[in-house]
Design a protein around this ligand. Structure first.
Ligand SMILES: Cc1ncc(COP(=O)(O)O)c(C=O)c1O
Length: 357
């Protein structure tokens, strides 16, 4: 097809810097808080080099992510949370002075048998994650572990609350943490001084609930400090909130089919699967076409160029007159969980990456 050209994935580094600065500014409403960036959402070297000047540290979720970021920024703080780590890898993380948040008590017990030195550790506390129970439960076995292993100090509790949950779920998680430290205090067990609240801030931000959320966090923090008599550090580690808005995918139409009156099917020169296996990006049409006067809005289903019928970007209303071969369609807000999840489905070519510096 003459009009075929490769799609372009445009990364705006200036925007990455601006968004990271804005997020940092917003989160400063929580005194003594730290901002980590979650690599799983975007680990492009130029992006994270830009962001690294602003954030206090990084969240790595696998050993490979840990090694990758450690090599690039050996002095930055790294918090590791994930279930794929081997014991040797966890020991290497601790020997390098970084923090691994244990997700399983069984694994923590195994670690305590192998690593007899005094060590500061983190845990991921049990929460319901979209119906999947993740992390360590705050049961008797958990308390006994810290009571009997005084060389192992719990210095960080990690709770990544999924964004779709509302404030009642968050408040029950906060209550759970406060109960733990009350119990630790009574039993004279070391009390963690940092709480990592994970990511999941993007939806809160888009729904304009950020201020309410930060008030909740500040209330929790006050109660924590009252009970523990310690100054607590709150860590936020968003991925999507920072990375979502930094990229756009420029595609062009390679086929147009009229299905019925005012209803069309388009194919664009990129596959959904090679870039967005997880979610549908938002589409915006080129401004030049928007200013070209009025046109009937029609219903359009957009498909990717693999020969897999589920390669589908979604349904949109678009001006009829832009439904031409070679017309550019821009998918906005594609910076999160796109490049980091890309696949080589059908060995299709990946869009060219272009950086705006
Ligand atoms: C432990 C942890 N931290 C941070 C994040 C980043 O979340 P988001 O991209 O929604 O901000 C995730 C996402 O799954 C996570 O599991």
């Amino acid at each position: 097809m003459v009009t075929y050209k490769k799609a372009k994935f445009i990364i705006d580094l200036k925007k990455a810097e601006l968004i990271a600065k804005k997020v940092k500014f917003i989160l400063q409403n929580v005194p003594n808080s730290k901002l980590f960036f979650s690599l799983k959402s975007q680990r492009d070297e130029k992006v994270i080099s830009t962001i690294s000047k602003i954030v206090d540290g990084f969240d790595a979720s696998s050993f490979n992510e840990y090694i990758y970021i450690k090599k690039l920024f050996p002095k930055k703080k790294i918090s590791v949370t994930g279930e794929s780590m081997l014991m040797e890898e966890i020991i290497q993380i601790y020997n390098s002075g970084d923090l691994y948040n244990f997700s399983s008590l069984r694994q923590l017990k195994e670690f305590s048998e192998k690593y007899i030195k005094e060590v500061n550790i983190g845990i991921r506390l049990e929460t319901d994650y979209y119906g999947r129970i993740m992390g360590i439960a705050d049961n008797e076995e958990f308390f006994e572990f810290f009571l009997n292993n005084k060389n192992i100090k719990l210095v960080n509790i990690h709770v990544h609350h999924p964004q779709k949950y509302k404030n009642d779920v968050r408040s029950s998680i906060f209550k759970k943490i406060l109960k733990i430290i009350q119990k630790f205090k009574k039993a004279n067990v070391y009390i963690p001084q940092s709480i990592n609240l994970g990511g999941g801030l993007d939806e809160l931000y888009r729904e304009k609930c950020m201020n309410t959320y930060l008030l909740e966090v500040n209330n929790f923090k006050k109660r924590y400090e009252l009970i523990s008599k310690l100054r607590v550090i709150i860590i936020f580690e968003p991925g999507e909130l920072i990375s979502r808005g930094i990229s756009e995918l420029y595609t062009s139409i390679i086929d147009v089919k009229e299905i019925k009156h005012n209803s069309y099917q388009l194919t664009v020169n990129s596959s959904k699967f090679i870039l967005f296996p997880w979610y549908n990006p938002q589409l915006s049409i080129t401004p030049t076409n928007l200013t070209n006067g009025n046109s009937t809005m029609v219903n359009v289903k957009i498909y990717g160029f693999s020969n897999f019928s589920d390669d589908y970007y979604g349904e949109y209303m678009l001006p009829k007159k832009i439904l031409n071969i070679g017309e550019e369609l821009i998918f906005k807000n594609t910076g999160a969980y796109s490049m980091s999840m890309r696949s080589i489905f059908q060995l299709l070519e990946y869009p060219d990456i272009i950086y705006l510096e």
